[in-house]
Design a protein around this ligand. Structure first.
Ligand SMILES: [Fe+2]
Length: 288
């Protein structure tokens, strides 16, 4: 998503899509995908939601290396009716929401360089495809993503995109889920990051709080480093149900009069799973 005004690049279609041009990837680019894939696939069992692992096979296509979106979309379409389409980079909010509402996931086509293995400013194809596609193979999560797109189209008309964007951030990108007695990761920003896959579950620094839709839509977030607070859902069914049952129009109006909540704050009504030390974020401040 993007909040600034963007210009559609030459060569992009009216819906901002571009050909993936799979044949143009170099051997080194395919090797980078394989390296990242193997590293994450090896460390995720026991950390990631089982629904994600079940969807990971979706990415094991007939050719090794970076997935060909055509073949990937055929498989995803058969599973849940979703497709993956390439875009040049950030797209305007209304374009993003329109694609989601029509079960199309937009993905960047470039892959990080060896110097960027563990830190990347803009999401690359590894984040977009490895991080997001496995859960799009899950019928419940697939419906949640479409519902989010439809909700985004409504929020745009109500001037509430910022609030809805926080829901995306704290679920689709950085969500945790209860699985049996454990916490597991499922957000794409976590599962595609070697460091945050460990930090989000094991580090004493961040807060881990029970999912609370209204509270979360007021909570600031950071885009430059590991999160200081994670929100934990009970199940994907519950997430879908809560976002389908609530009437977002009155909710936005209600939240309008309330301020934003600081990233690391813990409020009296929060369900606290972990009260974080915030030691990691503080150590970064000292070093700044
Ligand atoms: Fe993402």
């Amino acid at each position: 998503m993007a909040h600034e005004t963007l210009e559609r690049p030459d060569g992009a279609a009216a819906d901002w899509t571009i050909p993936q041009d799979w044949a143009r990837y170099s051997a080194a680019e395919h090797a980078m995908w394989d390296t990242l894939f193997e590293r994450q696939a090896a460390m995720l069992p026991g950390r990631v939601a089982p629904e994600f692992l079940a969807g990971l096979d979706m990415l094991r296509l007939s050719k090794p290396g970076i997935p060909d979106f055509g073949e990937l979309s055929e498989r995803l379409m058969a599973a849940t009716g979703w497709q993956v389409v390439a875009v040049p980079g950030l797209v305007p909010d209304e374009v993003f929401f329109d694609h989601l509402a029509n079960r199309r996931f937009v993905a960047g086509r470039f892959i990080r360089t060896p110097e960027q293995v563990d830190y990347l400013k803009e999401p690359d194809i590894f984040h977009d495809v490895f991080g997001h596609v496995p859960l799009l193979a899950n019928p419940v999560f697939a419906d949640y993503m479409q519902a989010y797109g439809v909700g985004g189209q409504r929020a745009a008309g109500l001037g509430a995109i910022e609030k809805l964007a926080r829901l995306y951030w704290y679920t689709v990108e950085f969500g945790l889920i209860r699985t049996g007695g454990d916490l597991r990761i499922y957000g794409a920003g976590i599962v595609s990051s070697f460091g945050e896959s460990v930090f989000a579950l094991d580090d004493p620094s961040p807060n881990r709080l029970g999912f609370d839709l209204k509270r979360l839509m007021r909570t600031q977030y950071r885009i430059d480093d590991y999160q200081q607070t994670y929100f934990v859902i009970d199940s994907f069914e519950d997430l879908l149900r809560q976002t389908q049952e609530i009437d977002f129009g009155p909710l936005y109006a209600e939240l309008e009069g309330q301020g934003t909540i600081e990233i690391e704050a813990i409020l009296p009504d929060d369900t606290v799973i972990t009260r974080g030390t915030q030691a990691y974020a503080r150590s970064k401040l000292v070093g700044a």
